[in-house]
Ligand binder design. Structure first.
Ligand SMILES: *Cc1c(COP(=O)(O)O)cnc(C)c1O
Length: 417
């Protein structure tokens, strides 16, 4: 029937329309289909070039197809791919050493995504509290507008009701409080709370930095009540803020930290980090996953950590960040009718839309994409920039130029909705 079948399954002709025919429609991807990428450069099926300021949502922090990572992965590919949990492997041992040496943590658990890392953290918090204080200590406190993943547990803990609609019944004993509101936290963190989970910078919720005073208050309330403080650093971690993990710049140490996204630079891996005392509440057989910490993922993550956790590398992230902030401050000063005050940390940056332009973040990123710049949104009212941490000064200047061209195009062509 389909002549293209003769070409073989792996080389069959596919287009963006194929997505609408055979994928479960959980996403509405862009019209262009990327086929090749290197660093921050990306090309679509038609050969058109884009400058990528998304990093696949803060994932490919060392650039697409990073040559050193590709070499390391290729070498490992010819050694061993997978073993199963009946065996450990050298790469995951090295990765756990690197992460525990670099952070507050003594122990690591590996999985394959941010949601799974949070799932592990939340389950561990329940187990810990039940063993230490009894079963009534089971409430989990999280923040409105937060995002912690899409499993039923993590999406219910997340603070965006639109993502849980239709999936009821939801797990009980969850409370949501406004972000950066110390009094609300004081009231919510009672004796029955086993864990408080928070993003040090809310990513999906609009790129909203956590107030250091707020995070310190959460630490204090958790210490008072015996609740565990979990920092979800799936988006903010691995150099994104100019620190290896964002907590290091906030002066607050969590009990449990979760990482994923940039940890694998696009190779799926997640991690939950914690202390000896807490980790021991997960015994043999209490939690696990088939792929977690397999030699391929561990090899990539090990090389990512080795590259990013260098003072010069992190200093450059801050320098690049200052440049982009300066450009965006100028942009908002030039177009106050379009944009509000720039916010964020390091290379996780939010450009909120001004009142009269609200709801049009996607229109703006589409206009940029047409001109060859890929950007993200964080909700309908915030444009989000998350370029690879290796972004050059020229690329920063080029992005600024394209954003200005996109503004011209939007102001001249498109009537405001
Ligand atoms: C992306 C994200 C997650 C979910 O990670 P997945 O790998 O998609 O499961 C969790 N928390 C935060 C803060 C995130 O940004």
């Amino acid at each position: 029937m389909n002549a293209k079948l003769d070409a073989g399954l792996t080389t069959r002709n596919v287009t963006r329309d194929t997505f609408d025919e055979v994928l479960v429609p959980t996403y509405a991807p862009a019209a262009m289909v990327p086929v090749r990428a290197s660093g921050l450069d990306l090309w679509d099926q038609a050969g058109k070039h884009y400058l990528d300021f998304t990093s696949g949502i803060a994932v490919t922090s060392l650039g697409h197809c990073n040559p050193a990572l590709a070499d390391a992965l290729t070498q490992q590919i010819h050694k061993v791919w997978h073993l199963g949990n009946g065996y450990t492997n050298e790469q995951v041992l090295r990765l756990a050493l690197a992460l525990t040496e670099a952070t507050f943590a003594d122990r690591a658990f590996f999985c394959n995504s941010g949601a799974e890392a949070n799932e592990a953290a939340l389950k561990l918090a329940r187990k810990y509290a039940h063993a230490k204080f009894g079963e009534s200590k089971s409430r989990i406190v999280s923040c409105l507008s937060s995002f912690h993943g899409r499993t039923l547990f993590t999406v219910s803990v997340g603070g965006q009701p639109k993502y849980t609609e239709g999936f009821e019944p939801l797990p009980p004993q969850l409370s949501h409080i406004p972000y950066n509101d110390i009094e609300a936290a004081r009231a919510a963190i009672t004796e029955d709370v086993c864990a408080v989970i928070v993003e040090p910078i809310q990513g999906e919720g609009g790129v909203i930095p956590g107030d250091p005073e707020y995070l310190k208050a959460l630490r204090e309330f958790c210490d008072k009540t015996g609740a565990l403080l979990i920092f979800d650093e799936v988006q903010s971690g691995v150099g994104r803020t100019g620190e290896l993990f964002a907590y290091m710049g906030k002066g607050v140490t969590p009990d449990v930290l979760t990482s994923a996204k940039a940890l694998g630079n696009g190779y799926p891996i997640g991690a939950m980090l914690t202390t000896n005392e807490i980790a021991h509440h997960f015994g043999v057989g209490t939690h696990g996953t088939t792929y977690g910490g397999n030699p391929l993922a561990a090899t990539v993550a090990l090389n990512v950590i080795e590259t990013i956790n260098q003072p010069a590398f992190l200093a450059r992230v801050k320098e690049a960040s200052a440049r982009i902030f300066a450009n965006l401050d100028k942009l908002t000063a030039d177009f106050p009718q379009l944009f509000g005050k720039v916010r964020g940390s390091g290379l996780l940056i939010g450009l909120p839309l001004a009142e009269g332009f609200k709801g049009r973040a996607k229109d703006f990123t589409k206009a940029c994409e047409a001109l060859g710049l890929m950007l993200l949104i964080a909700g309908p009212d915030v444009v989000r920039l998350a370029p690879a941490l290796i972004v050059s000064d020229e690329q920063i200047a080029r992005a600024d130029q394209i954003m200005r061209e996109a503004i011209d195009a939007m102001l001249n062509d498109a009537p405001a909705k």
